[in-house]
Every structure is written in structure tokens, then in C-alpha cells.
Design a protein around this ligand. Structure first.
Ligand code: 5HY
Length: 241
């Protein structure tokens, strides 16, 4: 049995339920999904400030579950990804990185449709960091806040934004830029007749594959355990001494 911890870095429990449903819908019969809402953190992640706060909660969940075979960070900003890989023995897969890898196996270019415009530069930065800048045809914001994605009008707005993005970019594949859109992929793919990649499912299947291959995070260099040192004040409980 593969124990896969899927961590929603924000503290919106309804969103964790959406993420968990999608993860379980795509997971194989030998994978047990644990969908996790951190005890602390922002209700949603829409800024660098939210991202920084959320990373601490992600790391706490990684530390609390050393027994997991792999972890998914289920936020399109991949908060805390590199620090989590320093802590975890098993693979840690961020949904943005997973979605971009998956999209480039399906087409030469992909478009990302996301929430607020202010998050678009971070998506471009991640594509650059992960080596997908050339394949990224465009990042398109809907202007919908993360916690408003479940409202019916938002669904129509997202569909229209996806259609416009594909037309404008001439791209082959669509990537949904928020974990809160995870349950929209199948309907969008049918309506738009293109591959629609959402990061939760992509990350779950990649994590399953890595575990199935017996592969774990490399610990020789950058992702070696962090050197222990005193941590004072608010974050003192996170000291690794
Ligand atoms: C996410 N925020 O997937 C991102 C999406 C975004 O709370 N979950 C969040 O807007 O960056």
C-alpha cells in the first residue's frame, strides 16, 4: 500500500475535500490518500505573503508524517517545495511542477488559467525554474479569488477564460492554475476538446509512479537534511536540533 499525503497548504477545509476527492478519483487501488488541512496557515494563498506563511504549515505536516511514502503539495504556487524535500525521505511533488511536466508530454505548448492576476508572475517564475518557460504559451487570470471558485458563475467564467486562452495562445494543452479547480478538468476537457491538466491528479500519478519505481528524494547535496541550528521566537518549535 502506498501512503500518499496530499497537503492543502491553505486552511480551507472545503478545498481540502475537493482536493481529496480528486486525488482519490485518480489514485490506483494500492494507494491510500490522506488529504490534509494544516493546523495553521492562510485561508487561501494568493500572494507572496500567503505563500511564505503557508510554507511553515506544509513543513509541519511533512515533519508530522515521516511514515508517508510520498507527499503532494496541493497549491499551484508549490509553497515550501524545496524545504519539504530537505525534510522528507520520500518524493515531494508540487502540483504546479507536476502539471507542467504532464502538459509538456501532451503538447509543445500549454496555457495556464489561474485565479488573481497578481499570482501570474509567480507561475511564470516557476515555469522558468522548472525548465518549462519555452513551453509556457501564456498565463491568464480569471480575477476570481481562490475561495470564490466554487460559485456557479465562476465555473462559466473559468470555461470562457480557458477558451479565450487557447485561442489567444494557440496552445495545445490547458493547465488549471489552482488546486480549487481540480474538479473542473474533465468537464473543461470535454467542452474544449483539448487536454486539460489539473495539478492534483498529475501530482498524485507522478508520486505513485516514483514510489512504484522505488525512487526517493536525493539526499547527497541540496536536499540533504538541513543543518541543525537554534531557532528562536515564534518559530522556535521548528528547530531541528
Ligand atoms: C492554490 N492558492 O492552488 C493557489 C492558487 C493560486 O490557495 N491554492 C491556493 O491562486 O495561486
Amino acid at each position: 500500500m502506498t501512503r500518499l499525503h496530499v497537503i492543502n497548504p491553505n486552511t480551507a477545509r472545503a478545498m481540502t475535500e475537493t482536493i481529496g476527492r480528486r486525488a482519490r478519483a485518480v489514485a490506483g487501488p494500492h494507494t491510500r490518500i490522506e488529504a490534509i488541512t494544516p493546523a495553521s496557515g492562510p485561508a487561501s494563498i494568493e500572494s507572496h505573503y500567503d505563500d511564505a506563511l503557508a510554507a511553515v504549515g506544509v513543513l509541519a505536516e511533512i515533519t508530522a508524517a515521516p511514515h508517508a511514502d510520498a507527499y503532494v503539495i496541493a497549491c499551484f504556487g508549490d509553497p515550501g517545495l524545496h524545504a519539504a524535500r530537505e525534510l522528507a525521505a520520500g518524493p515531494v511533488v508540487g502540483i504546479a511542477e507536476a502539471a507542467m511536466h504532464t502538459a509538456t508530454l501532451l503538447g509543445r505548448t500549454f496555457s495556464v488559467v489561474t485565479t488573481l492576476a497578481r499570482t501570474a508572475p509567480h507561475t511564470r517564475d516557476l515555469a522558468e525554474q522548472y525548465g518549462f518557460a519555452r513551453a509556457l504559451a501564456g498565463v491568464h487570470a480569471t480575477g476570481i479569488a481562490v475561495l470564490d471558485l466554487h460559485h456557479p458563475p465562476a465555473r462559466r467564467q473559468i470555461f470562457d477564460a480557458c477558451a479565450a486562452a487557447l485561442d489567444r495562445d494557440g496552445s495545445d494543452v490547458l493547465v488549471l492554475g489552482c488546486a480549487g479547480m481540480a474538479d473542473l478538468a474533465d468537464d473543461l476537457a470535454e467542452g474544449l476538446s483539448v487536454p486539460v491538466v489539473e495539478g492534483v491528479g498529475a501530482a498524485v500519478k507522478l508520486a505513485e509512479g516514483l514510489v512504484g519505481l522505488g525512487l526517493r528524494t536525493g539526499k547527497r547535496h541540496e536536499y540533504a537534511p538541513p543543518p541543525p541550528k537554534p531557532v528562536t521566537g515564534l518559530l522556535a518549535p521548528y528547530s531541528l536540533n
